[in-house]
Design a binder for this molecule. Structure first.
Ligand SMILES: [Zn+2]
Ligand SMILES: [Zn+2]
Length: 184
C-alpha cells in the first residue's frame, strides 16, 4: 500500500481494483479446505491476525494435528496453529497469543452462534451420533451459546472432544443423563 512518509493512513483509493476477490476454493471443495476457511482467527494482535488470515487465504495454513506446547505455562494447551501461547495465558498476560506482544488483541467474532454453525468438523461428528444424543448435545451447546462464553473458541475444542467421547461411547452406553455435567 502506498503511503506518505509518516502517514500511516491511506489517503486515496486503491488505483487498480481487482474485479473479483481471490477465491481459494474454486477447484477445491474438500472438507479440509472448508474447515480451514471457516477458522476464526482470534486472541491475537491485528498484525498476527493478518498473517494467519493470509495463510488461510492462500492455502499456506497447516492446522495442528495435536495441541502444541504453550511457551508460557509449558502445557500442551495451544490448539490453534501458529499461536505460541494458550488462550488462558494470553488472557492472563493480556498479550497476543502468537507474537506475545501486549498490543490490542482481536477478540474474534461477536456472533458465537454463527461461529458454531460454521464448524464443519463438529457438524460431521454430530451426524454420526444417534438422534437422542444429538439432541442432548444441541441443548448443551445452545446453553453455552446463550451464556455467550468469551472462551467459546476454546470451548469449541472442548465440545469437539465431548462429541468424540459421545461417539466412542455410542455403542456401549445407553444413558447420557450425566452429560449435562460435562460443561466445566
Ligand atoms: Zn499457557
Ligand atoms: Zn501478535
Amino acid at each position: 500500500m502506498s503511503t506518505q512518509k509518516g502517514n500511516t493512513k491511506r489517503c486515496r483509493a486503491q488505483k487498480y481494483q481487482n474485479r473479483s476477490s481471490f477465491k481459494n476454493n474454486l477447484n477445491d471443495t474438500s472438507h479440509r479446505t472448508k474447515f480451514i476457511n471457516n477458522i476464526q482467527v482470534a486472541k491475537v494482535c491485528e498484525r498476527c491476525k493478518e498473517i494467519i488470515e493470509w495463510k488461510i487465504k492462500y492455502k499456506k495454513y497447516k492446522p495442528l494435528t495435536q495441541p502444541k506446547k504453550c511457551v508460557k505455562c509449558e502445557q500442551r494447551t495451544v490448539r490453534h496453529a501458529y499461536h505460541t501461547m494458550c488462550i488462558d495465558c494470553g488472557n492472563k498476560l493480556k498479550v497476543c497469543t502468537k507474537c506475545g506482544e501486549g498490543k490490542e488483541i482481536i477478540e474474534g467474532t461477536t456472533d458465537p452462534k454463527e461461529q458454531i454453525k460454521l464448524d464443519v468438523e463438529m457438524q460431521d461428528l454430530l451426524k454420526s451420533l444417534s438422534e437422542r444424543k444429538r439432541r442432548t448435545f444441541m441443548r448443551h451447546m445452545n446453553k453455552q451459546v446463550k451464556e455467550n462464553d468469551p472462551e467459546l473458541q476454546d470451548n469449541r475444542a472442548k465440545l469437539i472432544d465431548k462429541l468424540n467421547m459421545l461417539k466412542v461411547a455410542d455403542d456401549d452406553l445407553d444413558d447420557f443423563s450425566d452429560f449435562d455435567d460435562l460443561s466445566d
